[in-house]
Design a protein around this ligand. Sequence first.
Ligand SMILES: Cc1ncc(COP(=O)(O)O)c(C=O)c1O
Length: 388
Amino acid sequence: MTSDPAARAGAILEIDLAGIVENWRLLGREAAPALCSAVVKANGYGLGATPVARALTAAGCRMFFVATLDEGIALRNALGEAPEIAVLNGPLPGTATEFVAHELIPVLNDPGQIDEWGSLRNSLSAHQGREGVGNLRSQPNAPPAILHVDTGMSRLGLGAAEFSAIVEHPPPFPWRAVMSHLACADHPDHPLNERQRARFAAVAAQLPRAPASLAASSGVFLGPPYRFDLVRPGAALYGVNPQPGRPNPLRQIVRLSAKIVQVRQIDRGESVGYGAAHTVEAPGRAAIVAVGYADGWLRSLSHRGCGYLAGMRVPLLGRVSMDLVTFDVTAVPRALAHPGAMIELLGAGYGVDAAAADAGTIGYEILCALGSRYHRIYRDSAGTDRPE
Ligand SMILES: Cc1ncc(COP(=O)(O)O)c(C=O)c1O
């Protein structure tokens, strides 16, 4: 028996925190003089919001975005008081006081959320004595919030008429920022980019005291007119190429290696895996590794994905199953393909965007799907390993 979790784990996920900091700095240089925040929603795109945000806080990042209240509370507990934490989905009905208690900045996406935030003082009096909200009861108004205006994505955010009404009748609290979100920033030539930029510039001009924020990862690379005062990159921090089809200026952050459980000889004409969906055309060797769709190694990588064993590309055979994937290791020397040897599934040679292309998805989904069974190793700037 071993007590070493790395020895027990079927697969190891290494996360390069120093690389995330490098990527954040690169984005900050690109966006300057706009400030660079960091989007760490969905548990830091699957990589761990707490270690990622701690590393970025140490590097000087002062503002984080998450999607949900629960994500915001967890991050506040992990980071302590200093950085600002904004919650993109805003307060769901009845939750505004929780934002105050945990010092979270809500992004207000529609008139209902603005009303609820504006009437916060009334609801706070109903929470007399509750921990964390006492400091607000002495304030005249609700704390600052971020206003989200829709400029062409038709997802969250105020429509044009709703925004005009807000400008005419401002709510009883200040705007920490005004933001919008680009629908097509990864396609620089898409005409919606310029339409959204122009609409947003007009919106921001009507709230001159509120810092303006439009660009996420890809928007940063659309040029200075898109950067305004604050940029909100997420995916690019984690190595996803913000400019598909062009060289990726960002570092790969994840390395995923799975262990070989068994190596077997497969004769010509035999089939591999569920559905007998792959038939072997020449005798060879197959390595079965301990990763599957339960770990986020997507089933759509069946027949299409690949791995690397000792630097050699090994094609994925047949279907991805729940806990196992099969690779063709016929071309790899026998001494290298044995139980316990590692096949690299994600890394410098085959990054998140390459896996996404094979899976018919985007790098974001490859990252967010990364599962909970991996043994995770975080590498920080000192090069030390910090299993979480
Ligand atoms: C409103 C908003 N801002 C910023 C981001 C970060 O986007 P990206 O990961 O493309 O940088 C997202 C992500 O979906 C978002 O919804």
